[in-house]
Design a binder for this molecule. Structure first.
Ligand code: R5P
Length: 275
């Protein structure tokens, strides 16, 4: 919770001590604060996305389109620029959602067979550390995202201020998503917990009985790690476990991250190696 939000909550608690009528006022005020916080985060996502598209996409480029809620704003802006500037752009999706966004916005859809080398990929993240290592896959789309980012000359991350972190795990508490072949989810979970500690859970669906099934027909494990680690080594070691398809650790992949901040600005961070 941000300091500003904590202070607001303290004021609300003091203003509405516990009686039935004051409890209802308090619930109402807390609801308004929550929705203001959501609006602020959405505005921040939009500003980061627009800024990243304006700074990194040019005419005649092949663009990788990520997944999640932030990328929606980036596709809005891409479509706006294509209309207004008559840009000739080809888009490669990283998920079913991204493919739908591209089609709904009337953008040119392609794939890695026709365009195996991309100029730039733009995608969201669940958390970004000081070196631009990322946790991705909160929405279950990590494998295709990593493939597309890996085929791109330049990989740009867009996010709001809540994702901007010193070390992975400081902001994002749901763990590292790991895509696995369904039959292997138990042994893979046990091996990760035994070797690296922490807790590994099969991600369950919300509006369906049973587990989340990815765009590649696999399962997702969420590994709640206990301490900061050498993420490059951990990523490689987990990938070597039979049954693991991909991890949501994106290490040394992103060159730039755009964060929409609470004060309305956009903060741009570059990866240490590209500075
Ligand atoms: O699986 C989802 C993707 O990795 C998203 O890019 C990531 O979860 C960030 O999503 P959002 O933009 O909704 O925070």
């Amino acid at each position: 919770m941000s300091v500003q939000r904590w202070v607001l909550l303290r004021h609300v608690s003091a203003a509405f001590p516990s009686s039935p009528s004051s409890r209802s006022c308090r619930t109402h005020v807390l609801g308004s604060i929550r929705s203001a916080a959501v609006n602020m985060a959405e505005e921040a996502k939009k500003r980061a996305a627009y800024c990243a598209v304006d700074s990194n996409v040019q005419n005649n480029q092949v663009v990788g389109v990520g997944s999640g809620s932030t990328i929606v704003y980036a596709v809005d802006r891409l479509a706006e620029r294509v209309r207004e500037e008559k840009l000739n752009i080809v888009c490669v999706p990283t998920s079913f959602q991204a493919r739908q966004l591209i089609l709904q916005h009337g953008l040119t859809l392609s794939d890695l067979e026709r365009h195996p080398e991309l100029d730039v990929a733009i995608d969201g993240a669940d958390e970004v550390d000081a070196e631009l290592a990322l946790i991705k896959g909160g929405g279950g789309c990590l494998t295709q995202e990593k493939i597309v980012a890996g085929c791109s000359k330049y990989f740009v991350v867009i996010a709001d201020y809540r994702k901007d972190s010193e070390a992975l795990g400081q902001q994002w508490k749901k763990g590292v998503p790991i895509e696995v072949i369904p039959m292997a989810y138990v042994p893979v979970s046990r091996m990760i917990a035994k070797r690296f500690g922490g807790e590994v859970n099969l991600r369950m669906a919300v509006s369906k009985a049973g587990p989340v099934v990815t765009d590649n027909s696999n399962f997702i494990l969420d590994w709640k790690f206990e301490r900061a680690q050498n993420w490059r080594e951990v990523n490689t070691a987990i990938k070597m476990i039979p049954g693991v398809v991909e991890t949501g650790l994106f290490v040394n992949m992103a060159q730039q991250a755009y964060f929409g901040m609470e004060d309305g600005s956009v903060k741009v961070r570059k990866a240490p190696i590209s500075e």
